[in-house]
Design a protein around this ligand. Sequence first.
Ligand code: SF4
Length: 324
Amino acid sequence: MRWLPDEPQLALFGPEQRELPSVEYMAVNARRIINTLPASSRMPFRHTINVYRGCRHACTYCFARPTHEYLGLNSGEDFERRIVVKVNAVEKLERELDDPAWSGDSIAMGTNTDPYQPAEGHYRLTRGLVEVLSRRRNPFSILTKSSLIVRDIDLLSEAAARTRVSVAMSIGTDEDAVARITEPGAASPSSRLEAISRLAAAGLRPSVLMAPILPGISDGEEQIRRLTRACLDAGADHVSPILLHLRPGVREHYFEWLERELPALVDLHQDAYRAGPYGLRHDRERVASIVRDELTARAGGCPAGSGSAGGSRTRTPQRTHRGP
Ligand code: SF4
């Protein structure tokens, strides 16, 4: 990538920004836009595009924070307010799809940072990428925490008629108070649920990554049941819950935040994440079981609350996303 010092750095204030320090957009020319993961990767996708680096949604638990350090920026405030924008993304994509060596595989967007974060309202790069992928009939997937995706429903519907398109909303709580402290720059839970409804109404069959479920904050049984029902009511086609992951680099940031905002939960997290970044197996299974139970009830199986497993619309939790 090359920094473009002449590009004006814009202070943009979209509807999703609340009480965050002023933002600075840093335009760069990317050398390549499609990133190909090594064959040894265990992620459920091979090719990705992340058109923005850093994320204005500023989620306290964000997996992508440490990646900002590769740019010589920090994973705390810089990640939230110094957003790198790959301004040549659309033209690069055209060229890379022209390469005879291109496989035509699906491309995942939103695997590291959010493709519909507030910068997209101005730069419209994700929209440009969707236009190209649609025209070229190249399958793709999008994961976001932003209601801005509804702006592109027309294009997404057109693309879905031509190729395989998968859209997913990430939502880990339906409580505004929880979202405000943990995801201060993201769309409110109600806006995200509304976006799911709009995507479903357009026939795009949105799925929900119910993530992350936060220990001691959003992992109460009734909280999980209510959120699952809200996602289904909104029209979610699939629901996949994921408990908070705390990998090195994110773990330190999250613990600092806990000590400052919710010190009573520090011990609980130390116990749960001592053995590894994915929390306790028992906790993961409990969350999955509650969601399955609700899905089974919705599908006409055993009543919710029975603790039954099954559920035709749940999937095995996957590490599908590092960002939204
Ligand atoms: S978790 Fe996703 S939406 Fe939140 S800051 Fe990270 S990339 Fe952005």
